[in-house]
Design a protein around this ligand. Sequence first.
Ligand SMILES: *Cc1c(COP(=O)(O)O)cnc(C)c1O
Length: 324
Amino acid sequence: MALEFQEIEAARRRIAPLVEATPLKQSLDLSDRLNAPVWLKYETLHATGAFKIRGATNRVLAMAPEERARGVVTVSTGNHGRALAYLARQMALRAVVCITDLVPKEKLEALEALGAEVQIAGKDQNEADKRARALAEREGLVFVPPFDDRHVIAGQGTIGLEMLEARPELETLVVQLSGGGLISGIALAAKSLKPSIRIIAVSTMQGAAMMESVQAGRIVEVEERPSIADALPGPIPQDNRYTFPLCQRLVDDYVQVEEQEIAEAMAFILKSEKCLVEGAAAVGVAALLSGRIELDGEPAATVLTGNNIDAARALKICKESQHV
Ligand SMILES: *Cc1c(COP(=O)(O)O)cnc(C)c1O
């Protein structure tokens, strides 16, 4: 059954006790540069530094208490795994994160510090995925996918509700696209409240699996290269149920940005907003600054999705982009 707008409203009520709404603030510098009011949604302000806490919380709270008590398992090493581990600790649940042996030690330690059990499963993401599903089966844990899940999408969609309620005049939303949980939720919320709003997806040049899949009309595999926006490249599993059709239906346009543009956008956000973000969080601003999106003076917004990056590394990227 297709995801409904009401599920996003239900998600907001469900997660409210655990997840705070975030501010939408105008960027005067971006507005100047683009000759249009441009707003930034500060998803960096969550306890785990990224929006993924919304979807993970909605998924876990939607479970029956007996189901939840069995514990949760996932494969993400990034913001989703972190969010789930944090939430499980808050709720005193068991959390297992399956990773590949390519995952850097500090990421593994960060997950363990949040109280998650980490299981190392081979060297490719598909093996880690298989291990997680097998564990779910064998130990009765609940598998919580990073994006292709209706509760996860509805949770991320609460960002769209907050944005449109704060600024009903918005005409364009520029949103990061990886697996598509974020943009599917935001687009469903925003277009339900304002059908004329334009949704623009932004991916990197380093592997834009969902964009290419939508263009091909089926899920395709894409060669992936490392990106400053490390939360973005990643495969779309063939058994996708929700995010692929939602992107097909709700995304109006796709834009890709270069690595250098992402670095410059990180520096711009630091300099203008005094906010240090991870690469993935800066791609919306990068797309706007690149001039590839025509705003015609109309109000627009993008999301600062997260700030999980080593501060010294982030500053180095900003400095080397020669904008600071
Ligand atoms: C997960 C993530 C994204 C992309 O979200 P999808 O739902 O996978 O498209 C963007 N930015 C950050 C910081 C993320 O963690």
